[in-house]
Ligand binder design. Sequence first.
Ligand code: NAD
Length: 291
Amino acid sequence: MAARVIDGKAIAASMKERIGARAMELREKGRPPSLVAILIGDDQAAASYARSQEKHAKEAGIEFALVRLPTGTTQAEAAEAIERLNRDTSVHGIMPHMPMPRGLDGFELQQRIAPAKDVEGVGATNLGLLAMGRDALAPCTAAAAVECLRSVVPDIAGRDTVVVGRSVIVGKPLAMLLLAANATVTQCHTRTRGLAEHTRSAEILMVAAGVAGLIGAEHVAPGTVVIDVGTHRVTLIDANGKEVTRTVGDVRFDEVLPLASAISPVPGGVGPVTVSMLLENTLRACEKSTS
Ligand code: NAD
């Protein structure tokens, strides 16, 4: 039997509805949740992402503003923009768009964001709290992958779970979130020997390797729940011999679909939930703030 396909758009929409209801309560108390994105330079993809963020934020009743800084902005000027937003009590979430223009240290700027406003969950404080199993603003993509998983496996406790990838913003926090939910976690990476042996032992397979089509039928045991975090734009030749551009994941969807018990597609899986998770973190930051 083919796998249940996890509908990330539906999960994201119901999250936005819940966020909207809570945002309305805060608004009525005169504390509208507010997210500010910072865009340095004129990267078209980032500008288009910012426009889509604005649309999603508005749909969820979250105020959104975009601070645009020119390409020649210095590290000190960018730092000052972040410090200003840190001090502004009407702002609950700050999100600098990456990548930044050459010459700017994006990591250093991210670490300047006040932990209470670090809604992407990429600062040392939030990652440290997450590692300690404490309440934290968790990185949005990792949290979104867990949200997709919970839509088909509400109780993860004790489940044999394999995470492929160990990046600071996805793989590591994903493993930490799964551990916090009492899963038994194996983490695979580029130096793992016998990847397929590990992945075939999984009841739950979470893939965040950043390699298009890395995981195929040979990696997946029948009945596995597969969550694909990877996102890649690739150019393919279609059945008519025409070049077409498609978004694909780290998992060869068509191969794994007949084996898995549930699978998140790309596009339409973890991606849309990630956007809602940023709004959820903004709402939580607002709820916790005293302003
Ligand atoms: P990254 O390149 O920083 O990290 C990839 C990790 O995978 C590394 O830890 C590496 O050790 C591991 N890896 C790479 N090749 C491997 C292999 N052959 N075998 C085993 N492990 C391997 O990437 P990232 O930032 O963690 O992102 C991972 C993927 O998730 C990318 O495709 C990215 O585009 C996607 N992503 C999606 C969203 C979303 O909203 N859906 C958000 C962020 C990232």
